[in-house]
Design a binder for this molecule. Structure first.
Ligand SMILES: [Zn+2]
Length: 344
């Protein structure tokens, strides 16, 4: 697994007002990697094939949405909605990042692509039905990577999303397809985008291929690590041929935008799980706005790389909430197992 920093993420798509999703995030990650002595390569989006990238974007989103973005881009700087801004160069960076995600998976090159803007809230036509905003996201990078793996001929594809917020855009785009999507996120009654309930298990061909794992507020490592164990049982049996990870680090305690209390032990467990599944993997950076981008991200990489640090388990989860979350997750995973292990 190589670490790839998208260079222009540091220079492009700058907000003109105070906003948590800004180039400083990638500066933070870069310095954390350097401080810890991790080597990474820098990819530039300069010279990418714009019209090819547009075509890829139109295989993930509707043509109308992409044309709407192009039109908006000519009027930029502009606010798409109350959460999401578009600077003059935003669409270029978003297309460049999506294009990279697609190319890496098409070539089965395993990599952690560290770039922005994030993508997992961007649905087929932008914000998904009933959701008020597209939550900082322009184009769905994870969906681009999934398309790449499909085009490369893989059948059993896993999309894992552990950002604090539900990956509603990615879930919507593949809701009727046989892509196994496992999404861990804070209880949607308490957090944007207020979607991702356990009974949302997919439709049509995709029925039983969607596992929404709800984390009660203040979930700590004790619960998360236990949930990873339950998910692991399913995924090891499923044995995915390719993996796309939406890696957000905003569930880290005090990262700022959620009410979860994960620390290194959780992200290390998630990284170790992905490593154990041992398939071509493209990881995309989603959220993470402060401490999570350093401590969470580094622990995740240590898990991916098979290092063995000692992390204490922070046991903060309220006990009743913990029991209910485990019961609900078991029910979801039972339902999903019945379907995906039968048809795999
Ligand atoms: Zn998030």
């Amino acid at each position: 697994m190589i670490l790839v920093l998208v260079r222009e993420s540091i220079t492009m798509h700058k907000p003109w007002f105070q906003h948590p999703e800004n180039p400083g995030r990638i500066v933070e990650v870069k310095s954390a990697l350097s401080t810890e002595g991790y080597s990474f390569i820098e990819e530039s989006i300069q010279g990418f094939n714009y019209s090819e990238a547009l075509k890829t974007a139109k295989r993930v989103h509707s043509s109308e949405y992409i044309e709407y973005l192009e039109k908006l881009s000519r009027r930029a700087p502009v606010e798409i909605d109350e959460d999401t801004y578009m600077a003059k160069d935003t669409l270029n960076l978003a297309l460049g990042f999506l294009n990279l995600a697609y190319e890496y998976s098409l070539k089965s090159n395993s990599a952690f692509l560290i770039g922005r803007p994030p993508g997992h809230h961007a649905g087929f036509i932008g914000a998904t039905p009933g959701v008020s905003t597209q939550g900082f996201c322009i184009l769905n990078n994870a969906a681009g990577a999934i398309r790449g793996f499909i085009d490369a001929g893989y059948k059993r594809i896993l999309a894992l999303d552990f950002d604090a917020h539900h990956g509603n855009g990615t879930m919507e785009i593949f809701y009727r397809e046989r892509i196994l999507q496992v999404d861990l996120h804070q209880d949607p009654t308490t957090l944007y985008p207020h979607t991702g309930y356990p009974d949302e298990v997919g439709e049509g061909e995709g029925y039983g291929y969607k596992a929404n794992i709800v984390l009660p507020r203040y979930t700590g490592d004790d619960l998360l690590v236990q949930l990873v164990g339950l998910i692991r049982d399913l995924l090891v049996k499923y044995s995915p041929e390719a993996i796309v990870v939406s890696a957000g680090f905003d569930a880290f305690e005090n990262d700022g935008l959620a009410d979860l209390a994960l620390t290194e032990a959780s992200y290390y467990a998630l990284g170790s799980l992905v490593r154990e599944l041992n398939a071509p993997t493209v990881v995309l950076l989603e959220g993470g706005y402060s401490v999570g981008l350093k401590r969470g991200l580094l622990a995740f990489i240590k898990g991916l790389q098979g290092e063995s640090p000692e992390y204490p388990l922070l046991t903060k989860t309220p006990s009743t909430a913990r029991r209910l979350a485990l019961e609900s997750t078991s029910r979801v995973l039972d339902k999903v197992s019945k379907r995906v292990l039968q048809t795999a």
